[in-house]
Ligand binder design. Sequence first.
Ligand code: AGP
Length: 331
Amino acid sequence: EQIMKGGADHFMQKEIHEQPESLLQTMRGRVQFQRPALGNPYFNPRIKLGGLVEVTETLKRCRRVMFVACGTSYHAAMAARQTIEEMCEVPVVLELASDLLDRRCPIFRDDSCVFLSQSGETADTLRALEYAKAKGALCMGITNTVGSSISRSTHFGVHLNAGYEIGVASTKAYTSQIIVVTMMALQLSEDSISKREKRDQIIDELGQLPGKVRRTLMLDGTMQELAKQLMSQHSLMFFARGYNYATALEAALKVKEVSLIHSEGILAGEMKHGVLALVDENLPIVVPETVEALQPVINIVPLQLLAYHLAILKGLDVDQPRNLAKSVTVS
Ligand code: AGP
C-alpha cells in the first residue's frame, strides 16, 4: 500500500497532487493545442473524443442533453453545464440518479443522456441508465473504469483516463470529468463560426491548465494554516455563483465527507432568500473567485486541500471516511 501511495501519506493527498498529470492524460491525444500557423484565421483547432465521432450529428440535433450522476460526478456535470449550453445552444438538464428514478422522470427518444461515474458501477446511476435506455434515449457514459458496468451498457462513451482513484473522496476524477464534458462542448461546436473565438480561448486555456493547477497546489501550506483556524468550527459555508456554484457544492461535500464538519455550498444569488439568517460574525465563509469556463477546475484544488488538512488535523481516516464506500453498488 505504501508503494501505491508513491511517497504521499494518503491516497487523497496523492490524488489531489496528481491533478496536473491526470488532466494532461485526460486531454492527451484529444486536444490539438499547437496552432501550426499562428494568426491563420482558417486554422480551427480540433478536439477529438473518439467515442463521440459517430454520434456528433445526433447529439447536435437532440431535444436536450440530460446529465445523470451522483455526488461528486453530479457536481462535475454542473460545473460544465454552462459550457455545453453556451457552446452548443442546447437545453441541458441535470439529474441526480436516485431522484430521477424516484420521480420516474420523463425521458424521450430524442433526448441524449450522459451518465457520469468515476467507478462506472454506482447502482443508482446504472439503474437510471437502464431506465433511460428503455425510454429509447441515446445514452453516453463517461467513466474512469474501462469495462465497468456503465461503460458496457451505454451506447457510446468516453474514458476519463485520470488514472486509478483509490481515496473514497473523489478528487482527480472530478477535474477530469469537467474537462471531458468541456471537450465534448468544444467538439460539438466545432463548425460554429459564432462560437469560434470563445472556443479558441478555451482550447488555449486547456493547454495551460495543468501548469496552473500545479501552481495552485503550491497553496498547500496556506490551506493547512487555514484548516488550523477552521478545524474547531461546527459549520462552514461556501458561497459562489455561475460556473463556481458547483465548486461550492463540491467543496462542501469534500469537507463533510472527510472532515465530518457540517458544511454547505450556497448559490450566492440565493443568499438573501433565507440563508443570510445563518450568517453572523462567527460564521466562516469561503468564496472562490471568477466565472470562466475552466475556473471550477482550478478553484476546487485549494478546497480539496482544505478538506484534506481539516481531516488530518482532526485525526480522521481521510481515505476511508466512516459509513462511506468508494463505489456505492447498492441503491
Ligand atoms: C465523492 O467524493 C464521493 N465519494 C461520492 O459522492 C461519489 O462521487 C458518488 O458516490 C458517485 O460515484 P461515481 O462517480 O463512482 O458514480
